[in-house]
Structure formats: C-alpha cells, structure tokens
Design a protein around this ligand. Sequence first.
Ligand code: SF4
Ligand code: ZN
Ligand code: ZN
Length: 316
Amino acid sequence: MASALCTRCKRRDAVFLRAYSGEKLCARCFCRSIEDKVRATIARYDMFEPTDTIMAAVSGGKDSLSLLHILAKIEKVFPKSSLCAVTVDEGIKGYRDEALEFAVSSCRKLGIDHVVTSFKQLYGFSLDEIVKVTRKKEESGKGLTPCAYCGVLRRRALNLSARNAGVDKLAAGHNLDDETQTVLLNLLHGDALRIARVKPVLEDVHPKLVQRVKPLCRLPEKEIALYAHLKRIEYQSVPCPYAPRALRSDVRLLLNRMEEKHAGTKFTLSKSVERIRPALEAATEKTDLQDCLACGEPTAGKICQPCQLLRKLGIS
Ligand code: SF4
Ligand code: ZN
Ligand code: ZN
C-alpha cells in the first residue's frame, strides 16, 4: 500500500489497510488490534474462567501458533490459570513432521508444557498408512477422503489428550475463514441444521468431552498470517499433501473473491449464522450421548465414528 500514516497512533507508517473498517494500521497497532480482538472474542463468548486450565491444540501452522502466542500473553494476567499445548502427529510424511518441529520450538521458547500424541500411538496406523488402504476405494468412488479420517481421528486424539491432562478447556485455532467455509459447505451438502454446530464455544455435553473453544473465530485468515509474519512466528506454510482439492477449495475461492469485491462478507455471513442459530438449535433434536460399545467414548449412536472408521479399515 502507498505510504500513509496509521489511523490509530497517527505516528507510524501504515502497513495494512483493513478494508472492512477502513482503518490503516502500523505494525504495532495492527498486532495490538489482533490481540484485542482475541480478548474481546474470549469475553463475548465467556470462553474462559480466570482459574481455567487451558490446552491449546497446536498443529504448527500459522493459526494455532498465533493462538498459542496470544493465549500465552493473555494467560500471564491470570495467575490462577494455566496454559499447555498438544500436537497430534497424524503421520503425514514431509508435512506434519516439519510442522511438529515448529510447534515444539514455539512451546520451548514460550516455556509452555507440550504434549505430542500420534495416530500411530493411539490407533496403530499413521494417516499415510490409512490412506494407502483407502486410496483404492476412494478412486472407485466408494471410500472416504483422507480428511474425513483425519478430522474424526484428530478430534478424538485431542479430546483424549485434553482429558488425560485434566484441563478445563481445549482451545483450537479455527479462524473466520474456516468457520464461514464450513457454514457454506454444510449448506452445499444439504446439511443445513449442522450450521448450528459451527460456533465459538462447543457445548459441554458429556463429562468425558472437554469443552472446545475457538478464540480466533472472528479473525480473517489473512490477518492472522500478517500477525504471524510481524511477530516473526515460524510456522509450517507448505500445504498438506492431502489438502482437499474439491468443494472446500472452491468455497474458499468464492468467499475470498466476494470479500475482495464486498469487504466484510465473511463477517456478515458469520453474524447471520449467529442470528439464525437459536432457531436452528430449536429445530435440532437433542440426542443423549452414551458410551460406545467398542471403546467406551461418548457417542450419539451405539458405535462411535472413530471406531466405525477403524473398523472399515479392519483396524479395530
Ligand atoms: Fe488432515 Fe486433511 Fe488437514 Fe491434511 S488437509 S491435515 S489430511 S484434515
Ligand atoms: Zn499505529
Ligand atoms: Zn468407539
């Protein structure tokens, strides 16, 4: 952008134009605004209590590492709270192993206890090995994508780690882009009621489930990337080799194009979901969770999703 003074401090040169608000921000005011936005999101959705023990899910990407840095800063002000981190190594050669190094070094620098767990350790197979088994089925149109396995098994792994660590909250780095993409994907899949589940604080519906919160859910991905860059946070920037090529990428493109032409589109979409969520929740039948007959973890059916997936592979 052409040189202009920061609209906040009116002293330093602006490095970023926030199109949806019209603000021009210098590096320092920009970073402060990001941290303030996270604080405001935490307060708005009552994400944490001052005495909470928090575990941050850290993949080694820009979102989760920025989240870790910001939470570490916020947590200092609350002496009765504590922060630790977890990384799930799905076993994606050349990708997660690199990301793990960034997660380990950030935690070390910040002095944060870090737990690493892996698919191999928990399920006996890495994602690479699972993909080998499923690839043929996927090609014939009958199997699931790597992300379908990865998402379900990672959620389980994160919950197990958080529960084992005895923490009160599990904080994830989902940003505004992730959330709005998921909303549109649910609509495009004909799963309108699932939109109600895209929310900043996921309900604590079972004593075995640690409550998940998303403190970055009101921050656009682009701004988190700039924050990480300005704060010199080292993160994994190479995309996952299994990254979805299909619908999510198209939806991402569509939303980014809309945002470019009509600044604020993603916020508007997110606000619309907030407004209709109560009606969607009222229309959704509540199902009581029970113990999975195979593993004992909470599930809406008889057999939980991770067990169903592992059975399909002949692993469980
Ligand atoms: Fe897992 Fe898919 Fe994400 Fe890769 S892109 S880490 S396979 S969910
Ligand atoms: Zn400034
Ligand atoms: Zn199970």
